[in-house]
Design a protein around this ligand. Structure first.
Ligand code: GLC
Length: 514
């Protein structure tokens, strides 16, 4: 009997697209859905299996789409519902799955639900948001603060003068929190899931999933104990969301942004197997570049969730500095090998496959409230000498500056260069696709030399990654043939003894054992 194939979200690789910055089809300088559809072949040639679209819903754009004013329509900046359908169809024709962002913790303050809710204390939708009387001294009801701290700590509460109560907002005042204790809210947000599932999407990335449970008594946070998120009520809520996905056939999937910087707190979101299918691990994403640190973190998470649960790994997204800027261009190649060889589902952020660095944004062009513009700069598709200053992203004036290195790092330039970061990604993804041990095999870390993180996959492959900017002996156990190195020009097929192998500066290798 043939083994049951594992679902796509376990064996595949997901690529995150930030719609404003991927492709602009109409020359207004902002990316759009048709611009993404036109570039889908890049994903096929890269070798990923699925894409995740950051929000493209109707929004006043106070948080660039994470402030949704209509969950079931496309913002005109990005196109129309027909464009969304065409994108899903175009992806499916190419064998790519599509997951979309779902932002359940809050809406825009311009959402009709909030407009009704704030209109009076008696409005039927008052209970859809979190309203409270002023606290002591007419101040906020408790000490919770907003997650956007760039302008200093601000309370997570804003007073609505007209009705005399404060409303909760975990992010901007323009993003009031929905009240998930209210059953009607849960139902309405489940219907949003059904709307997109009906249109054929394969799943969701759930924005701030851990915030769907909060202390209903709204008591103050204490040092080491946040009551603002990760409250036990979050778990049945995530289970109910999974059941909505299971109303539909096909392997629909939910991956949660569970931003908890403690793997012991994160593991329960995955362990039971009846909530989220995958969780993003921000302990891993925020690690400094150290072999010992990565080994300890991966070992700990593998141990906490057990062999039945399936990890997900990412090192970048639209909220964090670029990998090549945080760790440096040399380590970025090693980071790519790490991400694409661990046991679990890798998530790549657009442009990391090109080794893009953060782009300096002059103060007069800063648009984000939380300092995230540099990672959101548009993708350079073509060298400006050929495609003009929009680098194939746009024919207009891009909403954020395009990297000054576009001539060298443009996708079309890297595609023809056997030593480029793009080529390395294509090789890693092709190898992963061809190797069941890499996709599905067990993980076991190996003792290795200083600054080297080494592990075995499925008993068939070994990976050894040198985190140092100088040569290091691998000093791990295992012999075999070299399959791939991050070092351009390395001899695939060469015999390797991991005990003796000298890794170059910033070099990672994959070895077929035996
Ligand atoms: C998540 C998103 C981030 C957004 C925030 C509020 O953290 O990734 O971009 O600003 O939620 O929705």
């Amino acid at each position: 009997m043939a083994p049951t194939p594992s679902p796509w979200w376990r064996s595949g690789v997901v690529y995150q697209i930030y719609p404003r910055s991927f492709g602009d089809s109409d020359g207004d300088g902002v990316g759009d859905l048709a611009g993404i559809t036109a570039r889908l072949d890049h994903l096929v040639e890269l070798g990923v299996d699925a894409l995740w679209l950051s929000p493209f819903y109707r929004s006043p754009m106070a948080d660039f789409g994470y402030d949704v004013s209509d969950h079931t329509d496309v913002d005109p900046t990005f196109g129309t519902l027909a464009d969304a359908d065409a994108l899903v169809a175009g992806a499916h024709e190419r064998g790519l799955r599509v997951i979309v962002d779902w932002v359940p913790n809050h809406t825009s303050d311009r959402h009709e639900w909030f407009i009704a809710s704030r209109s009076s204390r008696e409005d039927p939708k008052r209970s859809w948001y979190v309203w409270r009387d002023p606290g002591p001294g007419a101040g906020p009801p408790n000490n919770w603060t907003s997650n956007f701290a760039l302008r200093g700590e601000i309370p997570a509460w804003t007073l609505d003068e007209r009705t005399g109560q404060f409303y909760l907002h975990s992010f901007l005042p323009e993003q009031p929190d929905l009240n998930w204790d209210e059953p009607a809210v849960r139902e309405a947000m489940h219907d949003v899931l059904r709307f997109w599932l009906d249109r054929g999407v394969d799943g969701f990335r759930i924005d701030v999933a851990h915030a769907l449970g909060k202390d209903p008594e709204l008591l103050d946070n204490e040092p080491g104990r946040s009551r603002h998120q990760d409250w036990p009520s979050v778990h049945p809520r995530l289970q109910a969301i999974r059941r909505v996905l299971e109303e539909f056939d096909g392997d629909r999937m939910a991956v949660g942004e569970v931003y908890l910087l403690d793997q012991e707190a994160l593991a329960p979101y995955l362990r039971t197997g009846d909530e989220l299918h995958l969780v993003h691990n921000f302990v891993f994403l925020n690690l400094p570049w150290s072999a010992a640190g990565f080994r300890a973190t991966v070992d700990e998470f593998e141990q906490l969730v057990g062999p039945g649960a399936w990890p997900a790994w990412c090192l970048g997204n639209h909220d964090h500095a670029r990998i090549a800027s945080r760790y440096g261009p040399g380590p970025a190649r090693v980071a790519a090998m790490l991400l694409l060889t661990l046991r679990g589902t890798p998530f790549l952020f657009q442009g990391d496959e090109l080794g893009l660095q953060d782009v300096a944004v002059p103060s007069e062009r800063v648009v984000d409230v939380d300092g995230r513009d540099p990672v959101r700069a548009p993708i350079p598709w073509e060298p400006p000498s050929r495609a003009g200053s929009g680098a194939g992203f746009t024919t207009g004036e891009p909403w954020l500056p395009i990297t000054p290195e576009a001539e060298r790092v443009a996708a079309s330039v890297q595609a023809g260069d056997p030593e480029s970061m793009l080529t390395l990604h294509r090789e890693l993804l092709a190898l992963r696709r061809s190797s069941a041990a890499l996709r599905e095999g067990s993980y076991r870390s190996l003792d290795a030399g200083e600054a080297v993180f080494a592990f075995e996959r499925g008993g068939e492959l070994a990976v050894a990654l040198n985190f140092a900017p100088e040569r290091r002996r691998a000093r791990a156990s295992g012999r075999g043939r070299l399959l791939l190195s991050t070092r351009p020009g390395a001899q695939a097929g060469a015999e390797v003894d991991l005990a003796e192998l000298e890794l170059g500066a910033d070099e990672g290798v994959i070895v077929a054992l035996g």
